[in-house]
Design a protein around this ligand. Structure first.
Ligand code: CO
Length: 506
């Protein structure tokens, strides 16, 4: 009899999780609508609706009723009465619950208020290119984030506690080691590229491209990749993003530039990579951690493996270049694939992270990681940020930052309290190269298939190895299970060496 009631508590626990998931889906539809369709005046009321809903979610999650169900499930797990899947659900919900319940309500409210205000102040400061306008807010945010780390608790660095939200269980120490190795390779490699006698002109890819035709081409690529339009949409927004309400309803957006079709194409493919992960989660696990992605770094590996490793390499263009030439006769008809390919991959250090190539992108991330880790550990002062930023830009990219807008103020992340987020972009690159090498061993003739426009085996490999597991494994176990090694920088370094060694004849 007692056992029966315990079983019921597990069922009830899962039902409560599902209720939370329905609220989250409603929240995300409203958020998507805000970015894609909502008229300007809707901004304020929508912000209020979203704030109300997130308050409801928070309360429901931390309610004593939910806590009781979680405790009962934990007891059953301790007695070994749960299946491995049920245990993983309890493990992950408990992680989130414990972190959230350690944050005092007053603190959460203050962080929400400060970051909401800071967003507008940051936008203003960037417009005027004046860090001093943003300084008091950033100081406050760093202070609050250090408090958050204290509340959450940590062993070595307070940065670990912040990183944990985005890349569960990763530490500042291990990421520092991996990124330092990468930096030791990238800085001299970039110098070699810059002094190479091979001159590449990316301007040959510019033209006048009808946006309608760009959309058609993007859709064709998505269909080939296996993005399901029955379970997803592609729309337009200022900043491209992916949002999933359910594995059967995954929305992506892109943006368009009349003169540069690769501006939209690479974002479209990037977001579709994220979307395939979301569409690849099992619908039967919806509402539980088994129906959620494992970490931001692994999510980013899915976007980058498609955007860069697949779609910025030769096999992909062997199939798509003739189609591109057909669709956009001007200028591609007169450009051979041998001239097109290097132009698509030209390397040029610049100030702006989001416009960077595969090589310099990671230097932008290393710079941000070093700075935000030092800010949280308290070894540098917020006041000195523009100076420190400019020194690092010089050291890593060999450039003199012209102003704050193109330097320390360019990214939105810190204004929203997103400290610990940046390294997941480069982790995504590292995971993607490590996964792809394994896929090449597992999938016979993978690159011949890609060159024939066949992506099914590769997509299914990603799905089987990564997507369907949700959060069943931790990211570190997942990468070990799949590749037989811990995450490391070797595969990515080898990939860059080979590819850019050929392009720049090093
Ligand atoms: Co992404």
């Amino acid at each position: 009899m007692a056992k029966q009631s315990k079983k019921d508590s597990l069922i009830e626990f899962k039902e409560k999780l599902k209720e939370l998931a329905h609220l989250k889906s409603a929240f995300s539809v409203l958020h998507w609508d805000k970015e894609v369709y909502m008229p300007a005046q809707g901004n304020k009321p929508r912000a209020e609706t979203l704030a109300y809903l997130s308050g409801e979610l928070h309360q429901k999650f931390l309610s004593s009723k939910f806590k009781k169900l979680l405790e009962a499930s934990k007891d059953r797990m301790a007695k070994g009465e749960l299946t491995p899947e049920e245990s993983a659900i309890v493990r992950e919900v408990r992680r989130e619950f414990e972190r959230e319940s350690k944050m005092p309500l007053e603190f959460v409210k203050e962080l929400t208020r400060v970051t909401a205000e800071a967003h507008w102040v940051w936008a203003e400061a960037r417009k005027k290119s004046d860090f001093r306008i943003f300084l008091p807010y950033l100081k406050k945010i760093v202070e609050l984030k250090r408090k958050e780390a204290e509340f959450a608790g940590f062993k070595n660095s307070p940065y670990d506690a912040l990183l944990d939200v985005y890349e569960p269980c990763a530490t500042a120490e291990e990421i520092s080691v991996i990124l330092e190795e990468l930096k030791q390779f990238l800085v001299p490699f970039l110098k070699k590229i810059q002094t190479s006698s091979r001159q590449i002109n990316p301007q040959i890819l510019k033209g006048n491209f009808s946006i309608e035709k760009q959309k058609e081409f993007g859709k064709l690529v998505l269909e080939k990749m296996g993005f399901s339009f029955e379970a997803g949409r592609l729309d337009t927004s200022t900043h491209p993003f992916t949002i999933a309400h359910h594995p059967y309803d995954v929305r992506i957006t892109s943006r368009y530039d009349k003169n540069n079709l690769f501006y939209s194409l690479s974002s479209t493919i990037h977001e579709a990579g994220h979307a395939l992960y979301e569409q690849g989660l099992l619908a039967e696990n919806f509402g539980t951690p088994l129906g959620e992605s494992v970490s931001l770094g692994v999510h980013e590996s899915q976007s980058r493996v498609w955007e860069n490793i697949v779609a910025k390499n030769k096999p992909f263009w062997r199939y798509f270049y003739p189609i591109l030439q057909q669709k956009f006769k001007e200028p591609f008809q007169k450009i051979s694939i041998d001239d097109f390919y290097p132009a698509l991959n030209s390397v040029q250090p610049g100030f702006i992270r989001t416009e960077a190539d595969e090589i310099t992108y990671n230097l932008h991330i290393i710079l941000r990681f070093e700075i935000e880790k030092a800010l949280i550990e308290g070894t540098i002062a917020v006041e000195n940020l523009p100076l420190i930023w400019n020194e690092k830009v010089k050291e890593l990219l060999g450039l003199e930052a012209p102003n704050d807008a193109m330097g320390v103020l360019q990214d939105v992340h810190w204004s929203g309290g997103g400290i610990g987020y940046f390294p997941t972009y480069t982790l995504g690159n590292l995971y993607s190269a490590q996964f792809y090498e394994t896929a090449k061993r597992d999938v016979l003739n993978l690159e011949d298939e890609i060159a024939a426009g066949e992506f099914g085996h590769f997509r299914n490999w990603l799905r089987k190895k990564i997507h369907i597991h949700g959060k069943f494994y931790r990211a570190s176990d997942l990468v070990y299970n799949i590749t037989g090694e811990k995450l490391n920088s070797r595969y990515f370094i080898e990939y860059l060496k080979k590819k850019y060694g050929e392009i720049y004849e090093l």
